[in-house]
Ligand binder design. Structure first.
Ligand code: CDP
Ligand code: MG
Length: 755
C-alpha cells in the first residue's frame, strides 16, 4: 500500500518528488564527505574540541536531511489512511471468508482446532459469529485469554463492534475484576478465571461454547483446562470446544482432542526482510535504542514495534528515547513513544491502537504480549532483541524466579511476522544468525513444565482429582515439580500425610491467590488480625503503589521513607493504605506522597473481594488494633519457607537452599541488620534480591512451623545465637530423618509412585 506511491505528492509543490529526493540525497552526500574530511584532517592550529563541534553540527544536518526525506513520504502514507466503518472492517478480516465453513464445522464436531495468523480475526470475530448463529441461546460463549490485558481489550473492542456497553451482552472476567452481567452472552476471561470456575461447576453448565484462545502459549491454566474441558465434554455432548492457535502446534492439539478437524484460516501476510546483528550484542537495551533511532532517521515511514522483557525495561527505554528525541528537537521528525505491558492502566493501553498522527511515527515498546495476544496495525518494523522474561521455578531452591531468557525460534518467527501485516516489512534481530539457528530452542517449553504448581495442584485436589499421575496432561510436568508442589502444600498444611486435601486446604482453595497467601489469610482469622492481613495481601496483589518518577526519585524516596515501618515492608504497605484511607482515600494525598492512587483504589477493591470470601466461609473479620507482633507472626505461618538469616559477608542466606541473597534496595529494611527475615519473593537482577521483606524472631519459625524447622547448636539461650535448619531437605541424599521418609512416602503414595 502507501509506500509505493510517492511520486503523487509532488502535485502541489514546485519540485517533483523524485527531484526533491535527488536534491536531498545530493546534500546528504556532500555533508557526509565534509565529515569524512574533517575527521581525517589534522590542522595544528585547531583544537580537537573545535573539530568535534564542527562535526557534531554537520551530523545534525545529516539527520535533518535524512528525516526530511521521510517526512514527505509519511504525509503520503498517512494521508491515504482511511478509517472504515466497523461493519466494513469486520468484513475485511481473513476469518470473514471462512465464516460459514467454521460454523458448519463447529456444528458437526464437538472439538475443533483453528489455526490462523495473528490479526486474522479469530478472537474478535468467531465469538460474534457464534452469537449471531444463536449458540448463545443455550449458554454463554466463553473465550479464554492467557493475559488479562488481552481479555479486557478484546472485550472492549467486541462490545464496540456489537454496539453494546461493556458488561452487557459482551463482558469480561479477570481476577478481582468482573464485568459481566445476566445479559452477557459473549464472555472473555483469563484462562485462570475459567479454571477457577471449574471448581464450582466442572460441567461448565453456563456455557454452550468455550474457545481456548492462544492455546499455543501453553500457560498452566490452559493446559489444565485442556484436560478438564475434555472431561466436561464427555458428559455434555452439546458442549462445543474450540482451540485456537497461531503457530503450527495444531497436529498435537488435534491428536489430543480425539483427532478433531483442524481449520486453517489463510492470512494475508507480506514478506518480511530479516536483518541479523553481525556480532552478539553486549547490551541489548543500548542496541535496541540505537536500532530504533536508526530506523526513525533513515527508513521509510511505518511504525516500529520493539519487544522487551518487562515493565521496568520498557518504562526506562521510553524515557531514555524520549530524552534523546527531545535533545534532537526539530532535527528529526516527531516520534510517538508508547509502552504496552499487562500492568499498564487500560486507558493508556488503548493509546497504542489509535492511528499515528499525520507526519509522525509511532514506536511501541512491548512485552511478549504483542507477539500474539494483541495486534497493532501499521507496524512495518520489528526490533527483536531476542529475550523474554519467563517465570521459572527452581524446586531445589524452592523458589520462583522471573528470568530473562532467550526466546525460542517459534517466538522469533512470530515476532518477525508482526512486521508483515500491513505491507512488506523489516525485522531487526539483535542477535546473530548463528544464534538463531544453533542456540535457540525450536519451541517454548510449556509453563507446566517449569512453574511452581502448588496453586494448580491445590485446585485439582479441591476438585477431588487426587491421582495426578494419571491426569490427562498434554505434556506432563516433571516429577520433581509435582513433588515439590505437593511438599509445599503439605508444609502449608493444605494436604495431609496421604496427599489428601485438609479442611484448611479446602478453605485455602477458595481464595484466588498463592497458597502461601491464602494460608496467611486463614491464619489471620485465628490470630484475630484478618482486617490487617487482608489489607496487606490486597496491596501485595496490585501493582506497586509507590510512584517514583525518574526526575524526582530522591523526593519520592524521602516521602516513602516517612511511611517506613521499622519491621519491614508488609507493615509499611499496611501503613500507607491505612493512612490513605484515613485521609479519605483521595488523589491529593497520593500526589503529595508519591503514591499511585489508582493502585490503592484497586487494592481497596481487592480487599473487599478477599473479605467477601472470608464472609462466605462464615469466618470473622477482626482487627488486632496495631499489634505488629501478631501480624508478623501471622505472616510467618505462610512465609516460613521463605526465611533468611543474616550472614555478614554476603548479606543474607536463605535457610532452605543456603542461597546468598540481599535485601532489595527498594525495601524499607534495606541497610538494616535484622538477624532473621522472611520475604515474599526473590528477584534476580544484578544478584538475587529478596523483595517485600519483614524482620522476624527465629523462634517463631519453630513455633509456627515445627514440622519444618529444627534448632541446632541451641545451647545458648541468646536469641541471636539461635540457629535453625530445615528439618528435611527433600533432595539431600543422606537424609535419614524419619519425617523426611514418611513425608516422601506419603507424597509418593499420593502420586501413585512405586519405588
Ligand atoms: O485473534 P486474532 O489475532 O486472529 O485477531 P483479532 O484479535 O480478532 O483482531 C482482528 C482485528 O481486530 C485486528 O487486526 C485489529 O485491527 C482489531 N482489534 C482492535 O482494533 N482492537 C483490539 N483490542 C483487538 C483487535
Ligand atoms: Mg487472538
Amino acid at each position: 500500500m502507501p509506500r509505493g506511491s510517492m511520486n503523487r505528492v509532488a502535485m502541489n509543490g514546485s519540485l517533483t518528488m523524485t527531484e526533491h529526493r535527488e536534491q536531498k540525497l545530493e546534500k546528504k552526500k556532500n555533508v557526509e564527505q565534509q565529515i569524512r574530511q574533517l575527521s581525517s584532517e589534522n590542522d595544528p592550529t585547531r583544537t580537537r574540541r573545535e573539530y568535534k563541534q564542527e562535526i557534531d553540527q554537520l551530523k545534525k544536518e545529516l539527520i535533518v536531511t535524512a528525516w526530511e526525506k521521510n517526512r514527505i513520504q509519511e504525509k503520503v502514507s498517512f494521508g491515504k489512511r482511511t478509517s472504515l466503518p466497523i461493519s466494513q472492517q469486520r468484513k475485511e478480516l481473513p476469518v470473514y471468508n471462512m465464516r460459514s465453513k467454521l460454523i458448519e464445522s463447529i456444528k458437526a464436531n464437538q472439538f475443533i482446532v483453528i489455526v490462523g495468523e495473528t490479526g486474522s480475526g479469530k478472537t474478535t470475530q468467531i465469538t460474534q459469529y457464534l452469537n449471531e448463529e444463536g449458540f448463545s441461546e443455550n449458554g454463554m460463549i466463553g473465550c479464554t485469554q492467557p493475559r488479562r490485558v488481552a481479555a479486557i481489550s478484546v472485550a472492549k473492542r467486541v462490545s464496540e463492534e456489537v454496539g453494546c456497553e461493556l458488561g452487557g451482552e459482551v463482558g469480561y472476567n479477570v481476577r478481582f475484576d468482573d464485568r459481566t452481567s445476566r445479559k452477557t452472552k459473549i464472555k472473555y476471561m483469563t484462562d485462570g478465571m475459567l479454571q477457577r470456575e471449574t471448581l464450582l461447576d466442572p460441567m461448565m453448565s453456563k456455557y454452550s461454547v468455550i474457545m481456548l484462545d492462544e492455546a499455543h502459549e501453553r500457560t498452566v491454566a490452559t493446559d489444565i483446562l485442556f484436560a478438564l474441558l475434555k472431561e466436561a465434554a464427555k458428559a455434555r455432548p452439546e458442549l462445543k470446544i474450540i482451540i485456537t492457535s497461531a503457530t503450527l502446534d495444531s497436529e498435537k492439539f488435534s491428536k489430543y482432542f480425539n483427532d478433531c478437524p483442524v481449520i486453517n484460516i489463510p492470512g494475508k501476510t507480506f514478506p518480511v526482510e530479516v536483518m541479523y546483528s553481525q556480532t552478539p550484542q553486549m547490551d541489548y537495551i543500548e542496541a535496541t535504542l540505537d536500532c530504533v533511532m536508526d530506523i526513525h532517521i533513515n527508513n521509510d515511514a511505518g511504525d516500529i514495534l520493539v519487544f522487551l522483557t518487562g515493565q521496568e525495561e520498557i518504562d526506562s527505554c521510553c524515557e531514555i528515547l524520549y530524552e534523546k528525541v527531545k535533545t534532537l528537537g526539530d532535527a528529526i521528525g516527531e516520534l510517538v513513544i508508547l509502552p504496552i505491558y499487562s500492568a499498564l492502566p487500560s486507558e493508556v493501553q488503548s493509546k497504542i491502537f489509535e492511528p499515528t498522527p499525520e507526519g509522525s511515527r509511532k514506536v511501541v515498546f512491548a512485552t511478549n504480549i504483542a507477539e500474539t495476544s494483541i495486534t497493532i496495525d501499521g507496524i512495518y518494523y520489528v526490533v527483536d532483541p531476542g529475550f523474554s522474561k519467563v517465570n521459572s521455578y527452581n524446586p531445589r531452591a524452592g523458589m520462583e524466579q522471573l528470568i530473562v531468557s532467550p526466546i525460542s525460534k517459534a517466538q522469533a518467527n512470530q515476532r518477525k511476522g508482526r512486521a508483515g501485516r500491513t505491507g512488506p516489512g523489516k525485522c531487526y534481530r539483535l542477535y546473530t544468525e548463528s544464534a538463531f539457528y544453533n542456540e535457540m530452542l525450536p519451541n517454548t517449553i510449556p509453563e507446566i513444565q517449569r512453574q511452581n504448581l502448588s496453586n494448580t495442584i491445590l485446585m485439582l485436589k479441591a476438585m477431588g482429582i487426587n491421582d495426578l499421575l494419571n491426569f490427562d496432561f498434554m505434556d506432563p510436568p516433571p516429577r520433581n515439580l509435582l513433588l515439590s508442589a505437593l511438599s509445599e502444600l503439605y508444609n502449608l498444611e493444605a494436604l495431609d500425610g496421604d496427599g489428601y486435601l485438609t479442611k484448611l486446604g479446602q478453605r485455602m482453595s477458595q481464595f484466588p491467590m498463592d497458597p502461601t497467601l491464602s494460608r496467611v489469610m486463614l491464619s489471620s482469622v485465628t490470630n484475630e488480625c484478618s482486617d490487617e492481613i487482608s489489607t496487606i495481601i490486597a496491596v501485595l496483589s496490585v501493582q506497586n503503589i509507590f510512584f517514583r518518577p525518574r526526575d524526582k526519585q530522591q523526593q519520592a524516596d524521602r516521602q516513602k521513607a516517612r511511611f517506613n515501618h521499622p519491621y519491614g515492608d508488609h507493615l509499611t504497605l499496611l501503613n500507607v493504605f491505612t493512612q490513605w484511607e484515613k485521609a479519605g482515600g483521595g488523589q491529593q494525598f497520593c500526589e503529595i506522597n508519591f503514591l499511585h492512587g489508582r493502585h490503592l483504589k484497586r487494592a481497596r477493591d481487592v480487599k473487599d473481594q478477599i473479605l467477601s470470601i472470608v464472609n462466605q466461609l462464615h469466618l470473622p473479620i477482626v482487627s488486632c488494633r496495631g499489634d505488629v507482633d501478631i501480624i508478623r507472626k501471622t505472616l510467618v505461618t505462610g512465609f516460613f519457607m521463605n526465611a533468611a538469616k543474616r550472614e555478614p559477608s554476603v548479606g543474607y542466606k536463605t535457610i532452605v537452599g543456603n542461597t546468598a541473597v540481599g535485601i532489595h534496595p527498594s525495601s524499607s529494611l534495606f541497610g538494616k541488620e535484622y538477624e532473621y527475615v522472611i520475604y515474599n519473593s526473590l528477584v534476580l537482577t544484578s544478584r538475587e534480591f529478596m523483595s517485600q521483606v519483614t524482620s522476624i524472631e527465629p523462634e517463631w519459625l519453630l513455633e509456627f512451623a515445627p514440622h519444618y524447622y529444627k534448632a541446632i547448636d541451641n545451647n545458648s539461650k541468646s536469641r541471636k545465637k539461635l540457629k535453625l535448619a530445615p528439618l528435611h531437605d527433600r533432595y539431600a541424599k543422606n537424609q535419614n530423618s524419619w519425617r523426611l521418609s514418611s513425608i516422601r512416602q506419603s507424597r509418593e503414595k499420593a502420586l501413585g509412585i512405586k519405588r
